[in-house]
Design a protein around this ligand. Structure first.
Ligand SMILES: [Zn+2]
Length: 417
C-alpha cells in the first residue's frame, strides 16, 4: 500500500500502474504534411515518455515531427509555448517577432536570459530552442506580422499559436487564420487573469465571434500599463502548447468552442461555451475576404494634435512640452503614476499625485495655471485630465505617449521600463 495511494480514505486514487479505463476522446487531427518517416534511434530515446503514452505513441510522435507551428510573438505567452513545443519534437517551429529583449521582459519571458538583453528576440529564441532540441527546425522570422505578410507567413504552417499582446495583431492573426483555415490557439493575460481558446477550426468560432470589434483605444490597459503576474503567461502559454499538440496528434477535447478563464488569485479555472456567430464577418457571413488596415480598425491612429473637443483635454507632445519648459512657462507638471514607477524614472520638476489620489488632491491644484499630466504611456493621465476638466479646470494638457515617449524623444537619460 505504501506510496501506492493518495487521498483520503474512502476516496483512494491509485497513482501507479493503473490502467486508464475511461475512454479518451479523439479529436479529428489536423492535416499535416504527408510522408511519415520512422523515428531515428535518438528520437526514440528522446521522446520515450511520449511513446509510452497510448494516446501519443510512435504515430503521434511522427505526426509531431511532420508538423509545423507558427508562434506569433516571442514574449510572455510565446516563451513557454515555444520551449514546450520544441521539447515535444514539433518538426518545424516558426517564431515571428521584431522586438529586442529588454530587462522588463525577463520577469516572464523565459525564452530569453539576462545575457540576451539588447538582442533580437528571434536570435535569442533560436539559440535557446536549438539548445533544448537541435532536431527541431526553428525558423526565426524577424519581422512584424502585418496585413502585407501575414497570409504568406501563416500559410506555411499547420497551427498558429497567438502570443500577441495587442489587439491589432490579434485581429490580424485571427482573420488570417480564418481566411487560410488554420487553427489559431489563442491566449491572453493581464494582471492575475488569463484566457485561452482554440479558434478558426472547421466548425468552431473565431476571435471575432467573441469580440466583434476592439475596445476603444486606451480603455483596456496593456500589461505595461496594468502589470501582469510573471507566471501567468507561463500558465496560459503552456496551455496553448498543450492545445497545439492535441490538435496535431488528434487526441482529447480541445478548447475549440470553449473559452478557458483562469484567475490566478483565486486559482480558479472555468470554461464557458462559445458558439460560432452566424453574423461574424470573418467566419460567419465571410464578408471579410481579405486582410484590412488593422491600425485603423483598432484606432491606433497617430496621436491627435488638435484639442479634443469632446473632453476638453488637449494633447501635448514631449517636444512641445520640453520647449515650453525651456521657455520657462508657468506649468504644473503632475505625474499620476504609482510611487514605484516614480522611483524608476521621473521628469524633472514634476510632482507625484498617483491617479487614485487625484480626487482628494483637487483642492491643492491651482486652476489659474497650466496643468500638464503624464503617466507611463498616456492612458492614466488622460483619465486624470478628463477628471480635472470635468471639474472646471480650464487649461489641462495630457502628455501624449507619457514618460516613455519623453524618454525616446526628449531625454534618453530618463529610464524606460
Ligand atoms: Zn467568427
Amino acid at each position: 500500500m505504501r506510496g501506492e495511494y493518495i487521498g483520503a480514505p474512502g476516496r483512494l486514487y491509485r497513482h501507479s500502474s493503473q490502467r486508464m479505463s475511461r475512454v479518451i476522446p479523439k479529436a479529428p487531427p489536423i492535416d499535416v504534411a504527408p510522408g511519415a518517416e520512422a523515428l531515428e534511434p535518438e528520437e526514440l530515446v528522446r521522446y520515450s515518455r511520449h511513446l509510452g503514452l497510448a494516446e501519443v505513441g510512435e504515430e503521434g510522435q511522427r505526426r509531431l515531427k511532420q508538423s509545423s507551428v507558427l508562434i506569433v510573438g516571442a514574449g510572455g505567452l510565446g516563451s513557454p509555448a515555444a520551449l514546450y513545443l520544441a521539447a515535444a519534437g514539433v518538426g518545424r517551429l516558426g517564431i515571428v517577432d521584431y522586438d529586442t529583449v529588454d530587462l522588463t521582459n525577463l520577469q516572464r519571458q523565459v525564452l530569453h536570459d539576462t545575457a540576451a538583453v539588447g538582442q533580437k528576440k528571434t536570435d535569442s529564441a533560436l539559440a535557446r530552442l536549438h539548445g533544448i532540441n537541435p532536431l527541431v527546425d526553428v525558423q526565426a522570422i524577424d519581422a512584424e506580422l502585418t496585413s502585407a505578410n501575414a497570409l504568406e507567413i501563416i500559410a506555411d504552417y499547420d497551427v498558429v499559436v497567438d502570443g500577441t499582446d495587442n489587439f491589432k495583431t490579434r485581429y490580424l492573426t485571427n482573420d488570417a487564420c480564418v481566411l487560410l483555415g488554420k487553427p489559431n490557439v489563442y491566449g491572453s493575460v493581464l494582471r492575475f487573469e488569463g484566457q485561452a481558446s482554440v479558434f478558426a477550426t472547421a466548425d468552431g468560432p473565431c476571435y471575432r465571434c467573441l469580440f466583434r470589434e476592439p475596445p476603444p483605444p486606451g480603455l483596456v490597459p496593456s500589461c505595461a500599463e496594468a502589470g501582469v503576474l510573471g507566471v501567468l503567461p507561463g500558465m496560459i502559454g503552456t496551455i496553448q502548447a498543450t492545445e497545439a499538440i492535441k490538435l496535431i496528434i488528434g487526441v482529447g477535447e480541445t478548447l475549440a468552442g470553449r473559452l478557458l478563464l483562469v484567475d490566478a488569485l483565486r486559482m480558479s479555472f472555468r470554461t464557458i461555451r462559445l458558439r460560432r456567430d452566424p453574423e461574424c464577418p470573418a467566419c460567419g457571413t465571410r464578408e471579410l475576404k481579405a486582410l484590412i488596415d488593422y491600425d485603423a480598425f483598432c484606432g491606433a491612429a497617430p496621436v491627435r494634435a488638435e484639442p479634443d473637443l469632446a473632453t476638453g483635454v488637449q494633447d501635448i507632445t514631449p517636444r512641445a512640452l520640453a520647449e515650453r519648459l525651456r521657455r520657462g512657462d508657468a506649468i504644473d507638471l503632475i505625474d499620476v503614476r504609482e510611487p514605484y514607477e516614480w522611483r524608476i524614472a521621473r521628469i524633472d520638476g514634476a510632482r507625484l499625485v498617483p491617479l487614485g489620489q487625484v480626487g482628494t488632491k483637487v483642492s491643492e491644484l491651482d486652476r489659474s495655471r497650466d496643468i500638464v499630466l503624464y503617466c507611463h504611456h498616456g492612458f492614466r493621465s488622460l483619465t486624470a485630465a478628463e477628471f480635472l476638466v470635468a471639474r472646471g479646470f480650464p487649461r489641462v494638457w495630457n502628455l501624449s505617449g507619457g514618460i516613455d515617449r519623453w524618454s525616446v524623444e526628449v531625454d534618453p537619460s530618463v529610464a524606460t521600463y
